[in-house]
Design a protein around this ligand. Structure first.
Ligand code: ATP
Ligand code: MG
Length: 287
């Protein structure tokens, strides 16, 4: 799969309209994609095992999207083969009063994956330059007035780049996924939530309200992605109208990223190696 064509250009303006939401690469059938997905899931599990044993690097996967784009499903499917002990998932909701009493990265820092782990953010600090911008929630953040300048979003873009670079330089590799669905597909999925009694619970009037701001979100997403896609923390724009393709693409990116990180099983010292025979003998001689 040509992953590069789905990676957002580094620090270059672009329009989301140039990224098809219904692209399925060279795949024509769901069956073929699902076969490859299960292969990727197995490979991810092997690499995760080595990442855990190595205990040096951490991988942070960030998922951002409009409602009903399939974040939850993608996380569930892609992570299905991983060892839960080596995985940490956090969902970022509206900040609590305690969280608003701190800088916006406070809750993010507390949720970072430990070394050897894969961390998954369902939404993230990116909400700080998306929903906060669309709805102008800055006031609630209690920043000192002289610090809220007109170019606050530019400042935040820089802070995001710096932060993710800092993480990279300390062993945390960040990869960001924007699940890109069309407005039509979102409508279909909302209607399904209304029609299917097992999905009624998922329907939320808040989601409908956010849909009303579709164009604003497309604009802020495009700018945020363009400003923060770096080689330390790339953004992938995942065509998400076909869930099976989105899941395949995401799993492929994760496998490639883990392979590039080259997690290694710790080397056993000569002394310990020498002793292994002794331990074996001890166990075999047990009566
Ligand atoms: P699902 O609906 O599938 O459970 P979700 O991620 O949409 O998943 P919700 O509880 O519906 O979860 O929504 C969380 C809301 O919190 C979103 O509308 C999001 O924009 C908002 N949110 C997250 N972070 C912030 C933030 N820093 N400031 C303001 N709002 C935020
Ligand atoms: Mg929601």
């Amino acid at each position: 799969m040509d992953l590069k064509s789905y990676r957002a250009p580094y620090k270059k303006e672009f329009s989301l309209k140039d990224f098809a939401t219904d692209d399925t690469g060279k795949f024509e059938s769901k069956e073929e994609a699902e076969r490859l997905l299960s292969h990727n899931v197995k490979r991810m599990a092997e690499l995760q095992d080595a990442l855990y044993a190595h205990d040096r690097y951490a991988l942070l996967l960030i998922f951002q999207a409009m409602d009903a784009a399939g974040k939850d499903g993608a996380i569930k499917h892609v992570m299905s083969g991983l060892n839960p002990q080596g995985t940490q998932v956090f969902s970022f909701k509206q900040p609590s009063a305690e969280e608003l009493d701190h800088d916006y990265l406070w809750r993010v820092n507390k949720s970072l994956p430990e070394r050897g782990r894969i961390g998954i953010f369902n939404r993230s600090h990116y909400e700080e330059i998306l929903v906060v911008r669309v709805h102008n929630y800055l006031e609630a953040e209690k920043l000192p007035e002289p610090l809220v300048k007109k170019d606050i979003w530019k400042t935040r873009f820089r802070q995001f780049r710096d932060y993710e670079r800092y993480l990279y330089e300390n062993g945390v590799q960040t990869v960001k996924f924007f699940l890109n669905i069309s407005k039509d597909e979102q409508k279909k999925r909302f209607l399904k939530r209304l029609d299917d009694p097992t999905k009624n619970w998922k329907f939320s009037t808040a989601d409908l309200k956010e849909r009303g701001h579709w164009n604003d979100y497309q604009k802020v997403y495009a700018e945020a992605i363009a400003e923060t896609s770096t080689k330390y923390a790339p953004w992938y724009i995942v065509p998400a109208d076909k869930k099976w393709f989105a899941r395949l693409l995401i799993s492929t990116v994760i496998v490639k990223t883990l392979e590039r990180m080259k997690p290694e099983y710790p080397k056993v010292s000569e002394d310990k190696l020498k002793n292994l025979e002794g331990y074996r003998k001890q166990l075999m001689d047990e009566s």
